[in-house]
Design a protein around this ligand. Structure first.
Ligand code: 5AD
Ligand code: SF4
Length: 382
């Protein structure tokens, strides 16, 4: 049996797709890059912008046309309102945290494979175990015994031999007014520090040179007394030659303790993504981002003072509800003043169910595109 996997969106989705691969490969599926020879296709989708959702709609039709017998699974960030429609075009739509469901579906398909049926029948005749066996900790155990209770505890099938992503938390409690993440991924859940350290030690042992700690808001990581700076110190103390990176941070949770820790952690990369989203105080308020431009600038000053050679990137949304030309100019001005090394510019895309969906999306698309171009040119001037 072969599977093909497609992941859209952020690094968290890519990391999730690596965990999906682990499950499928434990059930002896083989990965294929050729859709035509796949028995199963898994799409890990992103709902942050409508364009990403539209792309998945197009894909679902393509798969079924290609091969009506192919089984299709949709997972990742799926909005409730899109779910019904996707249930018509995909065979299964499942919550990424619900790994036992994915496991069940995949195993059912495997058990219907004529070759697998024949080998199970032969195993029965030999008196060998009739349940699906997987290798874990150097032993052969039944597949159910191996399945961890939390999806984050599955060791991913890392898709890169040099750099690995390690989720430390998932979900978000911030409810920025434009964002679907708190609805698609739910509230924040932090992984036990012990598990994280164990995974990273293994990666370092296997010669990984770049470790990315992942989370929608890594700064609010909490496992008992271990907060994010303490976790960074623990990872930094793991012996070995590797670089440590993290993504992404909310300015409101960027503490002095974190800045001091960053300064002292020798393995920490000198790159930081700190999304500002807008350079206008009124827009920030409407976005439910609880800081002002002045506070953001003070924070950047502190970070640069502690780590002078830091390379700073940011995320910006242009054309948010009611953003006037003057407010956009404030963003241009702020960008010039701060002098980011990189900026990821997004045109505002209304998302059903969010607080901003109730506000008027009154900046025309062409104007959003114009504003996006202005910022991209500004950043490229650097
Ligand atoms: N429209 C446009 N951009 C968005 N982002 C999040 N939600 C939206 C939306 N509705 C952007 C933010 C965030 C990045 C991951 O995606 O800038 O930081
Ligand atoms: Fe979305 Fe805001 Fe949470 Fe980031 S901090 S995931 S933008 S709600």
């Amino acid at each position: 049996m072969k599977y093909h996997i497609i992941a859209f969106g952020c690094q968290m989705n890519i990391s999730d797709s690596e965990r999906v691969s682990t499950i499928l490969e434990k059930l002896k599926y083989k990965k294929t890059s050729n859709i035509n020879e796949a028995n199963l296709i898994v799409v890990v989708m992103c709902s942050v912008r409508q364009s990403a959702v539209d792309r998945v709609h197009g894909l679902a039709h393509k798969f079924k046309k290609l091969n009506p017998k192919i089984k299709t699974i949709l997972t990742g960030c799926v909005l409730q309102k899109d779910r019904k429609k996707f249930e018509n075009s995909f065979d299964y739509v499942i919550d990424i945290k619900n790994i036992s469901e994915l496991f069940k579906i995949a195993r059912q398909q495997v058990s219907q494979d004529p070759r697998r049926r024949a080998s199970m029948a032969a195993a029965k005749r030999r008196g060998a175990p009739r349940t699906e066996q997987v290798r874990a900790g150097g032993r052969s155990v039944s597949a159910e015994t191996w399945l961890p209770s939390s999806y984050l505890d599955i060791t991913p099938k890392y898709s890169n031999k040099f750099s690995a992503t390690v989720p430390i938390m998932t979900g978000c409690n911030n409810f920025c007014s434009y964002c679907v993440v708190p609805y698609t991924r739910g509230r924040e859940i932090s992984r036990p520090a012990k598990e994280i350290i164990c995974e990273i030690k293994n990666l370092v042992k296997n010669d990984y040179k770049e470790i990315w700690l992942l989370g929608q808001n890594v700064n609010s990581y909490k496992d008992g007394k271990t907060n994010f700076p303490k976790l960074l110190k623990m990872v930094n103390n793991i012996p070995g030659n590797f670089t440590l990176c993290f993504i992404t941070s909310h300015p409101k949770d960027f503490s002095d303790e974190l800045i001091k820790t960053m300064k002292n952690c020798k393995k920490l990369s000198k790159r930081l993504n700190l999304p500002i989203q807008s350079g206008d105080d009124e827009i920030l308020k409407k976005m439910n981002r609880p800081y002002t431009v002045a506070q953001y600038k003070t924070l950047v000053k502190k970070i640069r003072k502690a780590i002078p050679d830091i390379s700073l990137s940011t995320d910006i949304i242009v054309g948010f509800c009611g953003e006037t030309k003057k407010q956009f100019q404030n963003t241009v001005k702020t960008l010039k003043e701060i002098g980011f090394d990189m900026a990821f510019v997004n045109k505002y895309s209304p998302r059903a169910g969010t607080a901003a969906a109730k506000m008027e999306d009154n900046v025309p698309w062409a104007e959003k595109k114009r504003r996006e171009k202005v910022l991209i040119e500004l950043i490229n001037e650097k």
